[in-house]
Design a protein around this ligand. Structure first.
Ligand code: SAM
Length: 213
């Protein structure tokens, strides 16, 4: 049996128990090997429902958070999705596995290089950029969905501007201690916002994030 298969099944069962219902999300998370995205000494804990350290004092998000945010984003196969905060690359691969055209931005060069290498090795075609994701990636806009995996003090305008009609932005907004997940949909009338849940993310650093106004 492939390594960690039982652990991965248990992780997905827990996600179901905790209320994740989107079968495409659950299917992608049951297929993608999360242990490939972390290094020792954390490999054995890869299927615990917890965030784990990666390089540059960043984290790979908790599986439940990945599942919840992806379910809120509700990406459809073939859609163009922008992710801000590549980190380990796990979330980007989940989206690619769901059939999306994924664009992802990371501000730390080391993480960007490691993730890019992993995408290639795993055979996923994901567009990567090293830079400040708070200003989005205008070259390929508009996006059907944008997912921000770091905590923002407010919703960055450039990201709203880069949403396609009907597109959705999922972003944790709040202070450095606690955030609420905001889901913003671009409608014909403007933007519709819903708020869900308290989360704790590492900060989104940048021109339209923390330390950079
Ligand atoms: N999605 C990641 C994964 O699957 O492993 C988890 C990401 S981690 C919680 C947040 C990431 O956002 C960190 O790698 C951090 O360096 C990055 N980040 C913070 N501010 C950023 C910005 N302005 N632009 C791009 N990346 C940023």
């Amino acid at each position: 049996m492939p390594r960690f298969e039982e652990e991965r099944k248990d992780m997905v069962a827990l996600l179901r128990e905790r209320g994740i219902t989107n079968v495409r999300v659950l299917h992608a998370m049951s297929k993608i090997e999360r242990h490939l995205f972390v290094k020792e000494p954390f490999v054995n804990r890869a299927y615990d429902d917890t965030a784990l350290p990666i390089a540059k004092q960043q984290t790979i998000s908790q599986p439940y958070t990945v599942a919840f945010m992806t379910q809120e984003l509700d990406p459809q196969p073939g859609q163009k999705i922008l992710e801000i905060g590549t980190g380990s690359g796990y979330q980007a691969v989940i989206l690619a596995e769901m059939g999306c055209k994924v664009f992802t931005i990371e501000r730390h060069m080391d993480l960007f290089l490691q993730a890019r290498k992993l995408f290639e090795k795993m055979g996923y075609r994901i567009a990567t950029l090293c830079g400040d994701g708070t200003v989005g990636w205008s070259e390929f806009a508009p996006y059907d969905g944008i997912i921000v995996t770091a905590a923002a003090p407010e919703v960055p305008d450039p990201l709203l501007n880069q949403l396609a009609p009907g597109g959705r932005l999922v972003i944790p907004v709040g202070d450095l201690d606690m955030q609420k997940l905001r889901v913003v949909t671009k409608t014909e009338q403007g933007f519709e916002t819903m708020e869900a849940y308290g989360f704790k993310f590492v900060p989104l650093i940048g021109k339209k994030g923390w330390n950079g106004k």
